[in-house]
Design a protein around this ligand. Structure first.
Ligand SMILES: Nc1ncnc2c1ncn2[C@@H]1O[C@H](COP(=O)(O)OP(=O)(O)OP(=O)(O)O)[C@@H](O)[C@H]1O
Ligand SMILES: [Mg+2]
Length: 315
């Protein structure tokens, strides 16, 4: 049996104006895993993380972190969590070292321990030479690493990261992935939100795909990709009546189980990728269409998302 460290039961948040940001969400996160909440803009990721970290009051349902009910005992809950929000919340009146030091002091560390721990974390997060620099002088990647260092300063059982790599350059993104990998190897439980499927795929042991506040699927990346039961998704760009083209392709190609028109292209779900593309062109041309672009992709979390929602995860 897994040790469950985060549990939500029918967790729901309705904002004024009847905006159902999170709708009856049931989640279970296990000790020591990196768990991902994957969803497009407005899916409810930040609101979910907000409720789990006592920043947003649920409308109904329940949420437990480390066995503590976040609504009944917010102060106790705050002690078992570390939070890296979506926006920069570093204290600009303090330098890099002080941002860590005073956080430690706030959580009851002695001056000596806080100082030693701050320096240790600055080294670990490759910020050792920036200790006395004002936080405004940090790059986006460095500021983000400092936010993570601060969040784990008081050794929380669970670390929450809201879009930890959004807006970072590729190098800083990789540096952040390395840091999260290192924390994971040391046993840290992590819940992160992301709309990058590659990030969810590479980092997360398990993930929940959410959209419009609802849980669409929750499993390992591998199991989610296998669940489509498909070899590939073929995207066809062509001129003319795409609905008719979709019908033609589905009826004339053996291995196509599903064909649909979305975002101005025809999408085919095929159980046999081999030799598919030339056959698509043959059928399309025989039916009087001109194919202007054609591609096949193996299942990714993106494909899973498209199959679940009929739309792209990317903006
Ligand atoms: N304070 C608020 N008041 C009213 N509506 C809100 C509030 N915060 C979020 N919402 C709405 O709730 C829904 C979910 O928003 P949320 O920020 O949780 O999504 P998200 O998945 O984090 O999106 P993003 O990828 O843009 O960060 C959206 O429709 C959003 O407009
Ligand atoms: Mg968000």
């Amino acid at each position: 049996m897994h040790d469950v460290v985060i549990r939500t039961e029918a967790l729901t948040k309705v904002y004024p104006g009847d905006i159902r940001a999170v709708d009856q969400l049931d989640l279970e996160v296990h000790a020591g895993e990196i768990f991902g909440l994957l969803g497009p803009n407005g899916a409810g990721k930040t609101t979910t993380a907000g409720m789990l970290t006592t920043r947003v009051i649920p409308t109904s349902g329940r949420a437990l972190v480390g066995g503590v009910d976040v609504v009944e005992h917010p102060t106790r809950a705050k002690r078992v969590i570390g939070v890296v929000p979506q926006t920069n919340t570093l204290d600009r009146s303090l330098d890099v070292f002080e941002n860590l030091y005073f956080h430690g002091r706030f959580f009851g560390m002695s001056a000596r321990t806080a100082k030693a721990e701050a320096h240790r974390l600055l080294e670990q997060f490759r910020l050792g030479d920036r200790a006395r620099v004002p936080v405004l002088a940090l790059s986006g990647g460095m500021a983000q690493r400092l936010m993570v260092a601060r969040a784990i300063m008081h050794r929380p059982a669970i670390l929450f990261l809201d879009e930890p790599t959004a807006g970072l350059d590729p190098q800083s993104r990789i540096a952040m992935w390395e840091i999260l990998g290192e924390l994971h190897r040391n046993g840290q439980t992590v819940l992160l939100t992301t709309h990058y499927m590659e990030e969810a795929d590479q980092l997360c042991a398990r993930l929940a795909i959410i959209d419009h506040g609802r849980l669409l699927a929750m499993d390992t990346p591998g199991a989610l990709k296998a669940s489509i039961g498909m070899d590939s998704m073929v995207t066809v760009t062509a001129t003319g009546d795409l609905e008719r083209l979709a019908t033609e392709l589905q009826s004339r190609l053996d291995d196509v189980s599903r064909a649909e028109v979305a975002d101005g292209v025809v999408r085919l779900w095929s159980s046999r990728a081999e030799g598919m593309l030339p056959r698509v062109i043959d059928v399309a041309e025989a039916a009087g269409f001109t194919v202007t672009d054609l591609s096949a992709t193996a299942p990714t979390l993106e494909t899973v998302f498209i199959q679940l929602t009929g739309k792209d995860l990317r903006e």
